[in-house]
Design a protein around this ligand. Structure first.
Ligand SMILES: [Zn+2]
Length: 247
């Protein structure tokens, strides 16, 4: 195999790994977004429960102050009852007391209801909060993992790019230009000769061209159909059955 082709095969492997690293680096944040997805809905649920709790508490305070007013009124009526002159006046005062006491017990019932409602809202909020905390912990762990993974990927990327740069320095500039052009166009620019065909585009080679390739290992050959650099696998130069990875 021509030394340039050998080097370019190695370069192609590095480029493939670089593409994988790029794909991984760009896919990592998406995983976090997916994990974070339920958080917003859960926060909204917690906010709704907190708003409902606040409303119930405000109503409770209002009713408590109503009870205080009613109790003051009852106390006044009781004092007043000692001073009334007629039975009719006395009955009116008693009616007022009965009415106020009825209102007080109605208010107290409503307070009990509200306390139950508040407990319900708070329990619901606690439940969602627990789920949310669990997801947040998963998100935090995934973020730390992603940072570490990305750092490792970037370090590997740098190492491979340095290695690739060094490899490219040793290649004939014309061969390198053709390689780059085909790589841009087709992803991978080096293909194995697979029996009588280009291992990538599968087009059968002209017999004369085939003979040239197999008999002149010191030269670089390009597939006449797809333009890829062709090489003969080392193990068996005549009938090679391995298939080249196709981009
Ligand atoms: Zn081809």
């Amino acid at each position: 195999m021509h030394k340039d082709v050998e080097t370019l095969l190695e370069a192609q492997g590095l480029e493939q790994r670089l593409k994988e690293l790029d794909a991984e680096i760009s896919s990592l944040p998406r995983r976090i977004t997916l994990l974070e997805a339920p958080l917003a809905a859960q926060q909204a649920e917690i906010d709704r429960a907190a708003a409902a709790t606040a409303m119930a508490q405000a109503e409770r305070r209002k009713i408590e102050s109503q009870i205080q007013d009613l109790k003051t009124r009852v106390a006044k009526s009781r004092n007043h009852s000692a001073e009334v002159k007629t039975n009719q006046e006395y009955k009116a005062v008693l009616d007022e007391i009965t009415y106020s006491e009825g209102e007080i017990s109605r208010c107290e019932e409503r307070i009990l209801q509200l306390m139950e409602e508040i407990e319900g809202h708070e329990a619901a909020a606690r439940e969602v909060e627990a789920k949310r905390a669990q997801i947040q912990a998963e998100v935090d762990a995934a973020k730390a993992e992603t940072r570490a993974r990305t750092d490792a990927d970037l370090a590997e990327k740098q190492r491979l790019q340095d290695q690739l740069g060094a490899l490219r320095q040793g290649i004939n500039p014309n061969t390198l230009r053709r390689y780059d052009r085909v790589a841009r166009l087709r992803g991978q620019a080096v293909a194995v000769l697979d029996q009588y065909a280009c291992g990538a585009c599968r087009v059968r080679l002209r017999p004369q061209f085939l003979q040239e390739i197999t008999s002149r290992p010191e030269e670089v050959f390009f597939c006449e159909t797809c333009g890829r650099l062709l090489y003969v696998a080392v193990a068996s130069s005549e009938a090679n059955v391995t298939t080249a990875p196709v981009a």
